[in-house]
Each structure stands twice: as structure tokens, then as C-alpha cells.
Design a protein around this ligand. Structure first.
Ligand code: ZN
Ligand code: ZN
Length: 276
């Protein structure tokens, strides 16, 4: 089976990707035989508190108050870099994109950058939720709360994001907290969170948006089945690579799962996959 496009890729233009390299990513995509990439750089407007842990360097953008204010995307620099890559890699279809963090909290905050970018594809994502008056990431949540409580709160806010009129096309990594579950936590059971996940999927389907299969963690086919049952008709597949060597990772396996459930590629390589 032909490889799908990698529709979720970060390069050096994302504030959290010091090892990113747009030209290197495109070269790797060509080497792998990917037909297309969507370069979805971070566009974050939430101010949050990263995990404080002595010995771990705090991310760029973290202030003296310990709060992270993600630097804005240099839209012009990014677009110029995309143009250079399109000339250098004519056989690879390169789409522009952005990953909009928590756009439901402040729908208009990112609009000037979105308008300036005119992006081909915009992902919507959730990386933090509120705990004791501050936005924090999953490692902090798991340190403070029972794992099931974390997931319950997470899927609750994910439903808010899924149903919001925020300007994005695809909901990415709905399983984001699972990347950070403590190793000693009991095995995760999607079935315990079925109602919350279905609510988010139902609102997403109602909004006409697509669900992403983010291949950082293989998504259980059961969630894709729920997506179909809740009215979902389109998906996107992406590696969420933050450096060239990770582009394309897991795409073949995810495409096989999606294909097995009746999803197939569109006319052009980076089109959303549709249920046949
Ligand atoms: Zn993300
Ligand atoms: Zn991402």
C-alpha cells in the first residue's frame, strides 16, 4: 500500500523544536517515498506552568515566574522557508499548516497569525488543562490526581474544544495524556472513558471536522469505530515529528488500521481520508 501524506510535522519554526529542520524533514520524506507533508507549526496562546523538575531544563519561553509564554510563530520566515523547500523538493507536495493550541479558550487570539499565514491545514490541540487556577500539562496532573480523574477531566475539556467554533480543521492527539502516564499506573482502559470520548467525538463530528490518527501512540481501532458510530466521516494521519528522523513514523500501520475500517485516501495525496 502506498504511504499516506504525513499531515502533522513540526520543523525549526515551532518554538518547541530545537532539533527541527524543514529541509532535512523534506529530504527524509522524499527518501521514504512520502507523497506529501503538511508542516503544522505550533501556534500557542495559552500561558501555562511547565513541570518544575530540578535537573530538567525548562522550555524556551519560560519566564522568571515559572510560566511559559510560547513565542509567536514567525509566519513570514516560515512561509519563505516553505517556498525554498518547494523549489528544492519539486516531487514532494508541501502544504502549509499550523497546530493551534487550545483555541477554544480564546478564539480570536491567534486569528491575526492565522490570517497572515493563510494555512492549508489547521490542527486543533489540547496540551494543558486547569488545575488550581493555572494551566498545567499531563505530568503535573498525574502527579496531583488519580490517573482516571486526569483522563476524565481531559476528555471533558476535549469535548469543549471539539464543539467550539474555533478556526481549525482537524482535532489532533486526543490521547495526548497517555504519552505521560506514570509507568506504575494500572493499564489504561479506553472502555472506562467511553462516554467522555464519545461525547468529544460526537461534537467533533457535528462540527464537520476530521479526527487525526496521531502515530506517536497507536490509536486503538475501537476509538476509530466510536468515531464512525458518532458520525465521523473524515480522518487525517500524522506522525507529530519534531525532527527529521521521525517524519513518516507509524504512518503505514495507521493507514492499514484506517483502511481496514473503510477509510481511504482522497484524490490528492494530502487530502483528508474519507469513509468509503
Ligand atoms: Zn500537540
Ligand atoms: Zn504537534
Amino acid at each position: 500500500m502506498a504511504l499516506p501524506a504525513d499531515s502533522h510535522v513540526h520543523t525549526e519554526w515551532s518554538w518547541d523544536s530545537p532539533l527541527g529542520d524543514m529541509a532535512g524533514t523534506c529530504a527524509r520524506a522524499v527518501e521514504l517515498g512520502l507523497p506529501a507533508v503538511v508542516l503544522t507549526e505550533h501556534l500557542d496562546t495559552t500561558v501555562w506552568r511547565p513541570l518544575r523538575d530540578d535537573g530538567i531544563e525548562l522550555p524556551p519561553g519560560t519566564g522568571a515566574d515559572g510560566l511559559l509564554r510560547p513565542p509567536p510563530l514567525d509566519v513570514d520566515g516560515y512561509l519563505e522557508s516553505v517556498e525554498r523547500c518547494r523549489i528544492r523538493f519539486p516531487g514532494l507536495r508541501i502544504l502549509t499548516g499550523a497546530e493551534l493550541g487550545e483555541p477554544h479558550r480564546n478564539i480570536d487570539a491567534a486569528r491575526p497569525l492565522l490570517d497572515a499565514g493563510g494555512f492549508d491545514r489547521v490542527l486543533g490541540s489540547l496540551h494543558s488543562i486547569e488545575l488550581e487556577g493555572e494551566f498545567v500539562e499531563p505530568p503535573t496532573l498525574f502527579a496531583a490526581l488519580d490517573p482516571d480523574e486526569v483522563l476524565q477531566r481531559w476528555f471533558g475539556e476535549l469535548a469543549d474544544l471539539a464543539g467550539s467554533p474555533a478556526p481549525y480543521d482537524v482535532l489532533t492527539h486526543l490521547d495526548y495524556p497517555l504519552r505521560h502516564r506514570p509507568v506504575d499506573a494500572p493499564p489504561f482502559a479506553w472502555s472506562r472513558h467511553e462516554a467522555g470520548v464519545r461525547e468529544a467525538l460526537s461534537r467533533l463530528a457535528g462540527s464537520g471536522r476530521a479526527l487525526e490518527l496521531n502515530t506517536r501512540l497507536p490509536l486503538t481501532p475501537m476509538v476509530l469505530l466510536w468515531w464512525i458510530e458518532e458520525g465521523g466521516r473524515t480522518i487525517s494521519i500524522g506522525s507529530d515529528a519534531h525532527r527529521p528522523e521521525d517524519v513518516g513514523r507509524g504512518l503505514q500501520e495507521a493507514a492499514a488500521v484506517a483502511g481496514g475500517l473503510g477509510f481511504g485516501p482522497g484524490e490528492r495525496p494530502a487530502d483528508l481520508w474519507r469513509l468509503g
